[in-house]
Ligand binder design. Structure first.
Ligand code: F6P
Length: 363
């Protein structure tokens, strides 16, 4: 089989710690092992639509392993099949897929590596069906991608959220307060579940288990009766009360997934304070969870995923994402990834383990 000569790479969607580590892994392997040329597409699909890209040499990717963000830039609004354009102050959507595919073929590449979450990889799946030679790499702090046990970025987000919860403990204790820590995750509770367990949250609220405010308050009361005059609640941004709604922070009309969640921590705080006399404060971890240097785990995972993706291009295994199953890397059809988010199953062993140590899920 002929050796690959030219490969392109893009980073799409919300950034996640480890994106640069993947870019480095892809570029170094392609250059060192295959002597290939590497093209970096700028700002995700935006760069393909507008034909903006640059050559990535060895020196460009040297020293970026530990760097947060992405040296290529990213976008979570530029979908080639539904590209937002403002006309006379009105937002319209244009199909730019023909231009995108033309621009890709002008690059004369053996394959395109798309690093992204479900939005980026769903688009990759469509482009792949139209003949673009694509390999996907799972990126998201939310860990909600189908077909893989884990995506890079998740471990770093859990680490940052856990550190936040650890720090909240001391101030909660000093002031005898209920402290609510709201974490990201969209409609999946993975970050809340992992950081809640790691940070010793007394109550963990996830989107998969709608909560009863009464049950949250009973747990806080019970702890008070036992002499524990503070409580820590870890709430996922996508959580909602049993007879209420999710909290929407903003609508990003240009985005293929326009709803931005946020604020459920404040809703819950108000619910607790109307039901019992206790001072409550809410802290939103927000984009801190996506910033800064990736954890060692994410650096290792990023390196494994990036180097494997290059081999998949060399072997012409297109239309797949590199997934993780246990200790192994597997091929997952992009169509499978595009089927929608992977939420926490109600019988997940981590829910059972948390319940076993007395954690309340608000049900
Ligand atoms: O998907 C990653 C994520 O950080 C979600 O957890 C969060 O809901 C969303 O992106 C925030 O998006 P934005 O960066 O557009 O505010």
């Amino acid at each position: 089989m002929a050796k690959l000569t030219r490969i392109a790479i893009l980073t799409g969607g919300g950034d996640a710690p480890g994106m640069n580590a993947v870019i480095r892994a892809v570029a170094k392997k392609a250059i060192l092992e295959y002597g290939a040329e590497v093209i970096g597409i700028e700002d995700g699909y935006e760069g393909l639509i507008k034909g903006q890209c640059r050559k990535l040499g060895y020196d460009d990717v040297s020293g970026i392993l530990t760097l947060g963000g992405t040296i290529l830039g990213t976008s979570n609004t530029s979908n080639p099949y539904r590209y937002p354009v403002k006309r006379r102050n009105r937002l319209e959507f244009k199909d730019m897929s023909t231009t995108t595919i033309k621009n890709i073929s002008k690059l004369n590449i053996d394959g395109l590596i798309c690093i992204g979450g479900d939005g980026t990889l769903s688009t990759a799946s469509r482009l792949s069906r139209q003949g673009v030679p694509i390999v996907g790499i799972p990126k998201t702090i939310d860990n909600d991608l189908r077909g893989t046990d884990i995506s890079f970025g998740f471990d770093s987000a859990v680490y940052i959220a856990t550190e936040g919860i650890d720090r909240i403990h001391t101030t909660a204790q000093s002031h005898h307060r209920v402290m609510i820590v709201e974490v990201m995750g969209r409609s999946a509770g993975w970050i809340a579940l992992h950081s809640g367990i790691a940070g010793g949250g007394d109550i963990i609220l996830i989107p998969e288990i709608p909560y009863d405010p009464g049950s949250v308050v009973s747990r806080v009361r019970k702890r008070n009766e036992q002499g524990r005059r503070f409580s820590i609640v870890v709430v996922a941004e996508g959580a909602r009360p049993k007879d209420g709604d999710i909290a929407v922070q903003r609508i990003v009309k240009e985005s293929p997934d326009p709803i931005r969640l946020g604020g459920i921590g404040f809703v819950l705080g108000a619910q607790i304070e109307t039901m019992m006399e206790v001072e409550t404060r809410t802290v939103v971890m927000g984009h801190l969870q996506r910033g800064g240097s990736p954890t060692p785990f994410d650096r290792v995972l990023a390196t494994r995923l990036g180097t494997q993706a290059v081999d998949m291009v060399q072997n012409k295994r297109f239309g797949y994402m590199v997934g993780v199953k246990g200790d192994s890397l597997i091929k997952v059809p992009l169509e499978e990834v595009a089927k929608g988010p992977r939420t926490v199953p109600l019988n997940h062993p981590l829910i059972q383990a948390a319940r076993a140590v007395g954690t309340c899920f608000g049900d």
